[in-house]
Design a protein around this ligand. Structure first.
Ligand code: FAD
Ligand code: N01
Length: 544
């Protein structure tokens, strides 16, 4: 009613809101849309000066998605689907950012989004049963619910290389790429890091630079993307059968499906010829589905080795110099246990005369000097450095905010030996605080847009339930949280995922506890568990 609208407007003026959302990427935008549908007052705070999250920040050359565009997009609006046309099999950063801006405009989201504003603290007040949220612009907001849409890969990792501040040339971070065009012509460029961001940017920087030095500490496993233009007819055919596709997607392990051969059996149960043929087919198709060729690649080291050895054999065929090929095939961890990279011409780039691979297993970086990088063997003179050194993933953005719950609890203290959550959605002692794709949920092990939509819908339904049943607060019981953490750990321990020093388990950040963070049993059992909790009236401590 009008009276209610006026009241809501007045509350907004006094910074008294029903909901605060932190972050305006895929998660924050859809969460805002759903909260508005519930008729609650809401504001989104975002550090950047635009929406888009990951796709706003990571503007480096070659940045693109490695889940097919038709599946890496929202499902909630049929109208949006019909209005939007994806140009390529895998969306580029530019295209995905345009898409998210289109979404913000189409659903009139911008007037509830406050850009250039970082949330620095969220403090729960037990008396008023509300969250006090402080921003770096000096604002103080009171909200009943606080929803963290802060991203799993949004906090760049601090680089710990000696002498980093001595360098006189330009430095760039793939995760915070400048908005203006960067020209590497005539430049001697160093790229430090060979994860997904390095693998995507290296071929394009090599095309431009006078010379490119790639500093590799751990070789990645990379499979070709085989990106192609996406024609309108293909997209229309997909949209025609969208519901059928969507059902298939929701019943996969990781929230995306592919055509092509997948064996619902061990790689070890077929002949070596069949194995080869299967991997060859997947390699030709390109993309992440390489890891679904057999059903035990994440669980059986011997089986995993067949896949790893196949990739290594492809690298040896692609890279002409046998010494370089040896460095690129010196992986000593199971394939897939560090995020599989998906590339366009990555290995071929090492055949270029203007590209040098610096293998840090053979020559360690000692320091960065004013004009280069000094290793134990060489001094490489460099004009600019690109840090493709990754993120303080999954917990970094959350831990950066001073989050205080009941009885003097803080997230920093509570999670000092690793994150503890129930379903990756909530954490005990922090009532009415929600996380989208939080630690302990499938998140980065999946097509993130599928996981994001599932979380947002669950949270929105939960808020609706609380309101309808006149509950003031909700938080998980200690028992349900402990049980969930044990389950997440048990699943990780039953697989090979602990065998690599990956960001999945915090191994890339010095001092971070080594705990495997995502839920790795797939989206189907996860969703069933979430649905069951909702169907049972949220099973959690809900207080009137
Ligand atoms: P984000 O997009 O990270 O957005 C979070 C936002 O919160 C950011 O804009 C950040 O500025 C803001 N924020 C954080 N803290 C604060 C604060 N304290 N105050 C205010 N604002 C704050 N996933 C896939 O499934 N497939 C892919 O192919 C894929 N490719 C990727 C490529 C790159 C280069 C990267 C980095 C990630 C990729 N991901 C991919 C993961 C990607 O992060 C997710 O798919 C998705 O974009 C996450 O959306 P989000 O809204 O949850 O988080
Ligand atoms: O980061 P990373 P990223 N000295 O952590 C090296 C998503 N994503 O930005 O492995 C020398 O994977 C580090 O070496 P090591 C995707 O989920 C997707 O590339 O720690 N080297 C490693 O090689 C991805 O997994 C896409 O030994 C140092 C690299 O830097 C996630 O984001 C594209 C170093 C970091 O790799 C993160 O990817 C981009 C040091 N001091 C990102 N510190 C798609 O394609 C770090 N390294 C969809």
């Amino acid at each position: 009613s009008t009276t209610e609208e006026n009241l809501s407007d007045r509350m907004k003026l006094f910074n008294q809101l029903d909901v605060v959302i932190v972050g305006a990427g895929f998660s924050g935008l859809y969460m805002l849309y759903r909260i508005r549908q519930l008729g609650l007052s809401v504001r989104v705070f975002e550090t950047a000066d635009g929406v888009g999250g990951t796709w706003y920040w990571n503007r480096y050359p070659g940045a693109r998605c490695d889940i097919e565009s038709l599946q890496y997009s929202y499902s909630f609006s049929e109208e949006l689907r019909h209005e939007w046309h994806w140009n390529e099999r895998y969306g580029s950063q530019i295209e995905i950012l345009k898409y998210l801006n289109y979404v913000a405009d189409k659903f009139h989201l911008r007037n509830d989004i406050q850009l250039k504003t970082r949330v620095i603290s969220a403090i729960y007040d037990e008396n008023s049963v509300r969250w006090n949220i402080q921003t770096d612009t000096g604002e103080s907001i009171s909200a009943k619910f606080c929803i963290m849409a802060t991203g799993c890969l949004s906090m760049p990792k601090q680089v710990d290389i000696n002498g980093i501040n001595n360098f006189k040339g330009k430095t760039y971070y793939t995760s915070q790429w400048p908005h203006e065009n960067i020209n590497f012509h005539d430049q001697r460029v160093a790229v430090i890091g060979t994860g997904s961001s390095g693998v995507q940017s290296i071929p394009l920087i090599a095309e431009e630079a006078a010379h490119l030095y790639v500093f590799q500490r751990t070789p990645c496993f990379s499979v070709p993307a085989r990106n192609t233009p996406l024609d309108l007819q293909e997209e229309q055919a997909w949209n025609k059968d969208y519901n059928e596709h969507r059902q298939k997607i929701l019943n996969t392990y990781a929230g995306f499906h592919t055509t092509g051969l997948s064996y619902d059996q061990s790689a070890l149960s077929v002949s070596p010829e069949t194995q080869q043929k299967a991997y060859e087919t997947r390699w030709q198709l390109g993309g992440l589905s390489f890891l679904s060729t057999f059903n035990d690649l994440f669980f059986n080291k011997q089986s995993n080795d067949t896949a790893g050895n196949f990739v290594k054999s492809q690298i040896r065929q692609l890279v002409k110099d046998p010494v370089v090929a040896e460095s690129l095939t010196s992986q000593d961890y199971p394939v897939g246990c560090k995020r599989l990279c998906i590339d366009t011409n990555y290995y071929e780039t090492f055949n270029r005369p203007n590209v040098t691979l610096v293998d840090l297993k053979k020559e360690n970086i000692q320091q960065i000097t004013s004009n280069g990088i000094q290793t134990t063997k060489n001094i490489h003179e460099i004009d600019c450095i690109v840090f493709a050194t990754g993120f303080d993933a999954l917990t970094g953005a959350l831990m950066k905010i001073d989050i205080r719950g009941q009885s003097d609890s803080t997230i920093k203290k509570k999670w000092c030996e690793g994150p503890r959550t129930c379903l990756g959605l909530m954490t005990t002692d922090f009532p009415n605080l929600f996380m989208i794709t939080g630690p302990g949920s499938p998140s980065v092990f999946t097509n993130m847009v599928v996981s994001i939509e599932q979380h947002v819908d669950w949270i929105a339904d939960c808020l609706d339930y609380l309101r309808k049943n006149q509950f003031d607060t909700i938080e998980p019981t200690q028992e349900s949280e402990d049980a969930w953490v044990n389950q997440v750990n048990a699943i990780a321990n039953a697989s090979l995922v602990n065998m690599a020093n990956s960001w999945y388990l915090g191994a890339n950040v010095p001092g971070k506890p080594r705990v495997f963070i995502p839920y790795a049993a797939g989206i189907v059992p996860y969703r069933q568990k979430c649905d069951q909790v909702a169907a049972n009236g949220y099973e959690v401590n809900a207080a009137k």
